[in-house]
Design a protein around this ligand. Structure first.
Ligand SMILES: [Zn+2]
Length: 89
């Protein structure tokens, strides 16, 4: 397959995934990707007289890839919807 995205495999089923292909009037999504991972609370203070800002720092970047077939699975849909909320409680 000429348009397989090099090195990218579906996280769920392990299939090689294709690049998204564009034609004149439409596109075909080859795969779906989530960038994220566990986060922790961190603070940053820009100046001494400013209040510190709290933000979520990405501890361990995780790449989640789904092929179009797996993306239609309810469990995968749930993961997409709730991504990043798992450790928010
Ligand atoms: Zn898959």
């Amino acid at each position: 397959m000429a348009d397989v995205a090099p090195g990218l495999r579906c996280t769920r089923c392990g299939a090689s995934v294709a690049r998204t292909r564009h034609t004149r009037s439409a596109w075909v999504v080859g795969h779906y990707v989530l960038h994220g991972g566990p986060t922790e609370e961190a603070t940053v203070r820009r100046r001494d007289d400013e209040a510190a800002l709290t933000y979520r720092r990405l501890v361990e970047p995780v790449l989640v890839i789904a092929c179009p077939a797996c993306f239609r699975e309810p469990a995968v849909q749930r993961r997409w919807v709730t991504f990043g909320e798992e450790d928010a409680a």
